[in-house]
Write a protein that binds this ligand. Sequence first.
Ligand SMILES: [Mg+2]
Length: 231
Amino acid sequence: MAADTFYVLDFDRCIGDTDGVQTVLEEVLKEETGILPDTFRSARTRIESEGKTFDTIRHVHMLLEEAGSSVTWEHIRERLIERAKSVNLLLPQARELLQILNDRQLHYGIITYGVEEAWQLPKLEITGLLEVPPLVTHIEEKGKLLTGWKQPDGTFIVPPALSKEFLPLNVPRLVFLDDKAKSFWGIPEGVEGVHVVAPGGNKLPAQQGELPPSVSDVVGIAGAIALLFGE
Ligand SMILES: [Mg+2]
């Protein structure tokens, strides 16, 4: 298969409301096990302030064990999915962006960085993104991952996991949206990098840092839509 462009979307804090997901998780944990949000949050704040990615699911397992709880992660996950049906856990304009991509029949997928795949995929399920092909990577500098797709003729082969048809897709151009500066490190020529900065400014150390000169800064997904589609 071939197309003009493939759109690579980041999930956490880019199209997905990671903090909102966290809040729902904290509520469910409290209801099901009595574990208080503060207990959960303090560990997360400490780890993220060190510029590291917080490993949510491992932490939940640890808290359940410490509390001597008989509740399983599977139970928590089911309650979470049930609860999330009534809340919007995508960031502003993310739904509109997906609508534009769908309406124009453009190819897109989610590449999410996570130390544990076990939490990345339920997050997509919770936020109603199961129909979008996901790829979970352990490479924090996603630019390096995209470099691996590059062919000798300068085009890219998008892996089958990111296509709804499960076929490799050959494209001359990639558009790559992400909130973390580090994600853009090592991006090859032919990738249009779009650094999505939160409307109030990016707060996490991992979101800050040098950007390659080819990458554009935009404010929120609304800014990305304006840049990419002039809407
Ligand atoms: Mg992100």
